[in-house]
Design a protein around this ligand. Sequence first.
Ligand SMILES: Nc1nc2c(ncn2[C@@H]2O[C@H](COP(=O)(O)OP(=O)(O)O)[C@@H](O)[C@H]2O)c(=O)[nH]1
Ligand SMILES: [Mg+2]
Length: 253
Amino acid sequence: MTHWFSIVNISSAIFDRNAPDLDSCPDESLPEFAFIGRSNVGKSSLLNMLAGKGVLARVSPTPGFTKLINFFTMSKTWRLVDLPGYGFAAGAKQESARFNKAVARYLKHRPNLCCVFALLDSGLAPQEIDLEFVEWLTRNSVPFALVFTKTDRGTPEEVAANIAAFTARIAGWFEQLPEIFRCSATTAQGRSELLGVIGATLDAIPAESEPTPTTAPLPPEEIEPPFSMKVRAGNVREENPREKKKLKGARPW
Ligand SMILES: Nc1nc2c(ncn2[C@@H]2O[C@H](COP(=O)(O)OP(=O)(O)O)[C@@H](O)[C@H]2O)c(=O)[nH]1
Ligand SMILES: [Mg+2]
């Protein structure tokens, strides 16, 4: 990851809209980075830690609007997308019914979605609903990274054990694990790393969409693909029949 320290600065954070479905989303002109997790995972706190100044809190969804997809335009160059959560740990079947179909459609079909940050509580052992959601992302080739929240709460050993337990459960699905971030809204741990990944992805985009250069292009191995492309193309292990069967039975979100 050569651009690791190219941290994106947030000069402005402007609420764009709440979208109830894919068709109501803003145009596809800006790269998008989406955040999702179970209720109470610390998403609102993390988003405000990232954006600073409590800007996003002022327009955070009220209870009646929790199923809407919230778009914020950041520094006029990218969008932060606050996705509705996927319910509570108890009663998996009810959750499935509650899960917002618009979110599934957004995740599967949004062409300018660069990366989904899947939030997980670092204070908890692996939760089935989180594992199923990550499996769904994997099966649908959605580019994602894992963000373990509230790392200030437990001891470093507890946090490490929970992260290790989660990654052990998903390791078989990949040739290479997704990126993992450790974050705390309290101490701002992980802020520069998350903004670094966003910055690196944004850095990589203009090179992709530039018109054909008049000078000779770099040899392929020197071109750094955007973060999202790496996740899409490189990480997911080729399916074998056994895995296919396992994944096929998973709940459609
Ligand atoms: N210690 C600690 N508490 C946190 C952190 N992030 C969130 N919380 C607490 O966890 C609860 C849920 O946080 P919130 O951001 O509202 O979660 P959301 O439902 O996912 O938006 C609140 O009581 C927060 O104060 C964190 O990084 N450290
Ligand atoms: Mg919230």
